[in-house]
Design a binder for this molecule. Structure first.
Ligand SMILES: [Zn+2]
Length: 105
């Protein structure tokens, strides 16, 4: 078995496990409900973890994690921008100027 991912947020761990299972990769999640077991585990191991059962799937599983991370990065809003028309500073989440409606440059 190989550990391929761990994260404090179980929803992300569960999402990635679903992606791996959809690719036919057998996985197991450890440390579910970590806080209840915290007394028996070192503090560094209480995050939920995804393990692949077959070591041969490790590379594919890690590729899925990498794809997920780059997609998550892409969803992050861009930097704030200055409207070329009215010179307002507009937050990166907006694709149009909130003040005059001009599109982002
Ligand atoms: Zn504007």
């Amino acid at each position: 078995m190989k550990l391929v991912f761990d994260h404090i947020d179980f929803t992300i761990v569960g999402h990635l496990q679903g992606l791996m299972e959809a690719e036919g990769i057998k996985t197991e999640i450890r440390n579910l409900g970590g806080s209840s077991a915290a007394g028996e585990l070192p503090f560094t191991q209480v995050y939920p973890e995804i393990w692949v059962l077959n070591n041969g799937d490790e590379a594919r599983a890690k590729a899925i994690v990498k794809d997920y991370r780059s997609a998550a990065d892409a969803e992050r809003p861009g930097p704030d921008w200055t409207c070329p028309v009215c010179k307002e500073l507009v937050e990166g989440v907006f694709s149009e100027c909130w003040n005059c409606g001009a599109p982002a440059p």
